[in-house]
Design a protein around this ligand. Structure first.
Ligand SMILES: [Fe+2]
Ligand SMILES: [Fe+2]
Length: 353
């Protein structure tokens, strides 16, 4: 492994310190070697992680990306919420994004997307739900969850997924301004449902918070981030990358479709697990999953017919990026599934210590 440490500190620790430093700008100006060291460290970490597949570097790279993107988002009073715009942090982010994008590009689409819009959406459904992914074979995690998972293992999944579901669907809202016309209305229709049409008790994130409360898990935003595996953070970073780099916004439309299309069958497996574990009658636990079995049947149609179809009719060259959003989303899903399979199979926790 390359030495990817700044002053003996891993990149993600060094960047979190920099993001929290109220005097970061003054420090990088007064100490050019400090700023240059962070950027060089980011480049070395990106190479070790994404070109060489080094595990600790992948962990550091994804924790760093997550920390920088998090500073763009939720903003508690008094928290540092400006250093993400610092030129040094921007340069660190650019190194990691270049590496992550290059790694994702290694997962080639099985073939070029069809040209005709209706044929394209039918092909996209097959790509999302049925195509085998040779580099990351399916783990059978859905069947495992339904038939075998233990309560502790299930709680670990709920805890890690809270990094998204307590904020669902915030990263998706970032691409509203990239759309216009019918496709923009389609996205808003889908997002308003996720946000409970403005009713706090109906927001999907509120219903997830109730689920976590019933399981006596911590419900603070990112409470579980330090213990969340980098394989799950990779999926969050994928969404945040699509959300914040406008040239990648079309991939988000494909990603949203993938999530909605895959959701009903996944949610049914979770419901099967809660039933088997004797918690199938607790509405605080089952409501989130039951709601999604029906809601996401509709959301996948909205994503396909009301967002993606009008986009490709107006802009046929968007097809490849939309398809890549589906395919890259499947890559990060399979990464997390493989991580859980390895951990649970070896009798280990899927959380980091
Ligand atoms: Fe939802
Ligand atoms: Fe949904």
């Amino acid at each position: 492994m390359l030495d990817t440490k700044t002053d003996g500190v891993l990149l993600d620790v060094a960047i979190r310190q920099a993001l929290d430093d109220p005097d970061l700008r003054a420090r990088t100006e007064a100490e050019p070697t400090y700023a240059a060291g962070l950027i060089a460290d980011a480049r070395a970490t990106a190479t070790a992680a994404f070109a060489e597949g080094d595990g600790p570097a992948l962990d550091a790279a994804h924790r760093t990306l997550y920390a920088i993107y998090a500073q763009h988002a939720w903003s508690p009073v008094g928290a540092m919420r400006d250093n993400q715009h610092d030129p040094t942090i921007a340069a660190v982010l650019a190194e990691l994004v270049r590496g992550f994008e290059g790694w994702l590009a290694g997962f080639a689409l099985p073939e070029a997307p069809p040209e005709e819009p209706e044929a394209f959406t039918a092909w996209l459904t097959d790509l999302a739900l049925h195509r085998p992914m040779p580099e990351l074979p399916s783990t059978g995690m859905g069947d495992f969850i339904r038939d075998e998972i233990t309560l502790d293992q299930l709680k670990e999944i709920v805890a890690q997924r809270s990094l998204f579901f307590l904020k669902e669907p915030d990263p998706w809202a970032m691409v509203i301004p990239s759309l216009h016309g019918e496709a923009k209305a389609g996205l808003l229709d889908l997002l308003l449902d996720e946000y409970g049409w403005g009713r706090y008790d109906q927001m999907h994130s509120t219903i997830y918070e109730d689920l976590m409360g019933a399981l006596e898990l911590e419900t603070g935003y990112d409470a579980y981030a330090p213990r969340t595996s980098w394989q799950f953070l990779a999926g969050m970073n994928l969404q945040n990358m699509y959300a914040r780099h406008r040239r990648l916004c079309r991939r988000m439309y494909g990603y949203i479709y993938l999530v909605e299309a895959d959701s009903p069958r996944a949610m049914k497996n979770y419901l099967g697990a809660w039933d088997r574990l004797g918690l199938g009658d607790d509405e605080r636990i089952t409501r989130f999953y039951e709601l999604h079995v029906t809601a996401d049947e509709g959301h996948q149609e909205v994503a396909l017919d009301e967002i993606i179809l009008p986009v490709v009719k107006a802009e046929p060259q968007a097809r490849t990026d939309i398809a890549r959003g589906v395919w890259e989303g499947r890559v990060t899903d399979e990464l997390f599934a493989n991580h859980r399979k390895d951990a649970f199979g070896a009798g280990r926790s899927s959380l980091c210590r």
